[in-house]
Design a protein around this ligand. Structure first.
Ligand SMILES: Nc1ncnc2c1ncn2[C@@H]1O[C@H](COP(=O)(O)OP(=O)(O)OP(=O)(O)O)[C@@H](O)[C@H]1O
Ligand SMILES: O=P(O)(O)OC[C@H]1O[C@H](OP(=O)(O)OP(=O)(O)O)[C@H](O)[C@@H]1O
Ligand SMILES: O=C(O)c1cccnc1
Length: 489
């Protein structure tokens, strides 16, 4: 068996993308202009919004998109002919991408990214773009749900050991930081992304020294800012007293930052540990909790009056435990016909909510200038400009009788230019800016859309023109299918 070095990631795609590309190329169809959009149909975790993430890695992927020599050799082994491989060898992205910025709040059925490119190029990017955006957006959203419960307390990402392999740990913790987490235990993520790293110690330290006191003392001799894990043998009878003893003996030298609880009844244990720490004079020492936490357990612990100051969350965040996938899709919205004109394209479904919206589109957030709250998102065709209208009719795209008129608004476009004719024109902001952007965006939302349970459905509406275009295309396609059926074609 030949082993190829992994010197490009262009083959990080499904085989069918290459097979479709081959068919387009054989037919000289591959350079037809095409527009694809990325969107999801259902918000994850029953949340009222998603936090968009992943653009930085999409940019890296698209910028470096090419088939290396070993990729070409491998494809040759799979049986693709030389002339087609020569075409792939020279292929680079020459198209245009517009996208939401990372940290933008996204809703169902609105374009997160828009890819305009020669058909074959756009097709070959689908799998990787979905792979990146689905995962990072999912984790950023889960992280934000947890952050909403934690509020101003610190929440640390502990998930690497339980993540689905190396990449998921790294890009997941980055997404968690965008969603509102404060630090990660993953040192490589700290190095790559400049994220704050932070950590305590494991049970193995205490097991290795065989008792709490010796372990904490040894640790404290070589560290300041100590956090001691107190639950290895008995939290209240051994762990907490040993931590207090070491802190008293070594005083300011160790800066006794906290204790960590990792098992047992964390409401009961945290209240009692707090009392013991306070009585010993360590009123500033924090209590950190970890062990299968998520937004539900944290909320419940808070309701029980648990005295926890810092939360460590791993497995349930990094694996998106309660909903392991976001279902964003990549759909063709428009394609060039043989006359060189763009023709809108639609994917029909018997479920009205699943019918795609055709055409080259833009998406705006309609912000009420009086109360500075969002009235909803508004999808238009490319040439429309709602900013210059005095009054907008916003209506539900399926239940059209649900409608309202909006005046005195700002229409904020949600997409920015990322690539223009193959050229990268977007500068990725820092992760800190992305985190702040999430909070600025949340300010625009009424609380009804933000609650973690049964939130109200945020409006994502189509402009009149966009809706009419969709309806007429549905009629046209249906008529054509009927005609073809009757004529036996
Ligand atoms: N007071 C509490 N109220 C609700 N949930 C709690 C409370 N205390 C702990 N939990 C959660 O209950 C679960 C208990 O986990 P588990 O059954 O593994 O017990 P454990 O005490 O952690 O034992 P182990 O030593 O095996 O980890 C964890 O998810 C933890 O976060
Ligand atoms: O529970 P999570 O949300 O996934 O958080 C990460 C977990 O990883 C560690 O446990 P582990 O048993 O792997 O090692 P340790 O307790 O010995 O450090 C840590 O103590 C947490 O319990
Ligand atoms: O630093 C910690 O306490 C930590 C790190 C990873 C996993 N669990 C805990």
């Amino acid at each position: 068996m030949t082993h190829f070095t992994d010197d490009s990631i262009a083959l990080h795609t499904d085989l069918y993308q290459i097979n479709m590309t081959k068919a387009y190329w054989d037919d000289d169809f591959h350079n037809r202009k095409a527009v694809f959009e990325v969107f999801f149909r259902k918000l994850p975790f029953g949340n009222g919004y998603a936090v968009f993430a992943g653009l930085e890695r999409v940019i890296e992927f698209v910028k470096n998109f090419h088939f290396s020599q070993s990729d070409i050799e491998y494809l040759s082994e799979l049986g693709y002919e030389e002339e087609f491989l020569n075409y792939l060898r020279d292929l680079r992205f020459t198209g245009t991408i517009r996208s939401m910025r990372e940290g933008e709040l996204a809703f169902a059925n609105e374009p997160l990214l828009r890819i305009e490119a020669p058909l074959a190029q756009a097709q070959l990017l689908e799998t990787a773009i979905l792979n990146i955006v689905n995962y990072q957006t999912l984790i950023a959203t889960k992280a934000n749900r947890i952050k909403q419960v934690v509020h101003d307390e610190v929440v640390m990402e502990f998930g690497t050991r339980r993540a689905h392999e190396l990449d998921a740990a790294i890009w997941g913790t980055r997404a968690a930081f965008i969603g509102g987490f404060d630090a990660t235990s993953n040192v490589r993520a700290g190095k790559i992304f400049g994220m704050p790293v932070s950590g305590t110690h494991a049970h193995s330290l205490v097991q290795a020294y065989q008792d709490d006191y010796t372990a904490f003392h040894k640790y404290a001799e070589s560290h300041t800012d100590c956090v001691f894990l107190v639950d290895t043998y008995d939290t209240l009878k051994s762990g907490v007293p040993a931590a207090i003893k070491v802190a008293k003996e070594l005083g300011d030298k160790i800066n006794f930052k906290g204790i960590r609880l990792d098992s047992g009844d964390m409401a009961y244990l945290s209240k009692n540990a707090r009392k013991m720490l306070d009585e010993a004079g360590f009123t500033e020492t924090k209590i950190i909790a970890s062990n299968d936490l998520d937004e539900y357990t944290i909320l419940n612990l808070k309701a029980q009056g648990a005295r926890i100051d810092v939360w460590g969350v791993g497995t349930k965040l990094i694996t998106a435990y309660d909903q392991p996938a976001l279902g964003a899709v990549y759909k063709l919205a428009s394609i060039e016909n043989e006359k060189g004109e763009m023709e809108d394209s639609i994917k029909i479904s018997s479920n009205a909510e699943k019918v795609s919206t055709p055409g080259l589109k833009k998406v705006y957030r309609i912000i009420n200038k009086v109360n500075h709250k969002s009235e909803g998102d508004y999808i238009t065709l490319e040439h429309e400009d709602p900013q210059h209208e005095d009054r907008l009719k916003m209506f539900h795209p399926v239940h059209t009788y649900i409608s309202k008129f909006v005046t005195n608004f700002e229409a904020r476009e949600l997409h920015v230019d990322v690539f223009k004719n193959g050229e990268l024109v977007y500068e990725t902001p820092s992760l800190q800016v992305m985190r702040e952007f999430v909070n600025e965006n949340l300010e625009l939302l009424w609380d009804e859309y933000k609650r973690s349970m049964n939130p109200e459905e945020y409006p994502v509406d189509l402009s009149d023109e966009c809706w009419t275009n969709k309806m007429s295309l549905i009629q046209k396609v249906k008529a054509e299918v009927k005609e073809r059926f009757h004529s036996g074609r």
